[in-house]
Write a protein that binds this ligand. Structure first.
Ligand code: PMV
Length: 366
């Protein structure tokens, strides 16, 4: 589906005011997206588990302006309080999506947003936040335009397309349980423009996979992911890394179908460490892991070897550790986490999450 197909067509309804609320989850990549081209086009394909409990709820209130002005008009409330420092990100999002949603300047908006996970937990809220907002904008478009958007497939494709323009990985948060984003020659329907539901067989074990997020460092990241992505330009290992992501997606096809956890573990952990290896070998170089990140990784390896439990870790662009394991091993792994890993978490904090089915509309347009 080419980019021009996402430009909204004729507006047929006149809507004065209303509101809509969407709840959208975070996601955790198994094959990582790291490196991008212009317009949020990924340098390599990625695949992620959609999460269930870490989510953002966003209410969009809209009121038609008396006449269209040249600026975007919006107020932003985070957990009930006006939040000026989030505004530039939303402004940039509106600027990037205006071509596709030209009605935005005809409305003034109030955006109310809150996260289910603790504030400044070190968990990025950009994926859940941008996907929730993109869905709210699409609900408004659907009302205005009535015809084209009245097609569920198009609705989710365009919402994912818009979310990508807010934050790349946000395009993988709208649906569940496994979402692939980025062109791959052997994945039909794959696109650099939006995420798609993983189109091949997925073994039941992955549909209830657990993700316990250990909060190692709740502080602000020293290097933002957009800076990190840009450092892949001219990176000495970039081309090999991008090729490796394609090949890992190939290998995962059989793994997802068969439920071969040994192979799953080796691909997922290698992806996590490669992501951080790219950071450590870029120019300038940087390290986002903390000593406790490594302590946890070693403990997980020891536990896996001693008990033969199919548990592994992955990392996003930060120090926190995502511990992944099948639901069947939940009791044993949680006991291990409480007894041996919580000591490495800041203030002993961790979040229990599980693979989920994607975003939900909480309140329809009214
Ligand atoms: O969506 P961004 O630009 O914040 O990038 C996210 C990158 C990683 O979380 C490190 C990997 C991924 O694929 O989610």
């Amino acid at each position: 589906m080419p980019e021009k197909d996402f430009i909204s067509k004729q507006i047929s309804n006149n809507i004065e005011k209303g509101e809509v609320t969407w709840q959208s989850p975070s996601n955790i990549a198994l094959v990582k997206y790291w490196g991008k081209k212009e317009n949020q086009i990924p340098a390599n394909p990625s695949v992620s588990f959609t999460l269930n409990n870490c989510k953002t709820t966003t209410k969009l209130e809209f009121q038609k302006k008396s006449e269209k002005s040249e600026s975007f008009d919006f107020e932003l409330y985070f957990e009930g309080k006006k939040k000026e420092d989030f505004k530039p990100k939303i402004q940039q999002f509106f600027e990037r999506i205006e071509t596709y949603c030209p009605f935005l300047k005809e409305y003034s908006f109030k955006i109310y947003t809150e996260n289910s996970f603790p504030h400044s937990s070190g968990i990025a809220s950009s994926a859940s936040g941008m996907s929730a907002l993109a869905l709210c904008v699409m609900s408004l478009e659907k009302e205005l335009e009535a015809i084209q958007t009245n097609n569920e497939e198009y609705f989710y494709k365009k919402a994912s397309f818009l979310a990508r323009l807010g934050s790349g990985s946000a395009c993988r948060s709208l649906e569940g349980e496994l979402i692939e984003w980025g062109e791959h020659k052997d994945i039909p329907g794959s696109s650099d423009l939006f995420g798609i539901k993983y189109p091949f067989e997925v073994n039941e074990v992955f549909k209830s996979f657990q993700d316990t997020i250990l909060l190692v460092d709740k502080g602000q990241k020293q290097v933002s992911s957009s800076v990190g992505h840009n450092l892949m330009h001219g990176h000495p290992f970039a081309e090999n890394r991008f090729a490796q992501a394609h090949s890992n997606l190939d290998k995962l096809k059989e793994v997802f179908a068969s439920g071969n956890l040994e192979k799953f573990i080796s691909i997922v952990e290698s992806e996590a460490l490669t992501l951080h290896a790219m950071m450590m070998s870029s120019n300038p170089y940087f390290i986002l892991m903390k000593p406790n990140t490594l302590e946890i990784i070693n403990k997980i390896w020891e536990f896996r070897e001693a008990t033969e439990t199919p548990i592994c870790f992955t990392l996003d662009a930060g120090a926190n550790v995502h511990v992944l394991y099948p639901e069947a091993n939940k009791a044993k792994v949680l006991e291990f986490i409480k007894n041996e890993l919580v000591a490495y978490c800041e203030k002993g904090q961790y979040i229990c999450d599980v693979v989920g089915k994607g975003a939900e509309k909480v309140v329809s347009i009214q």
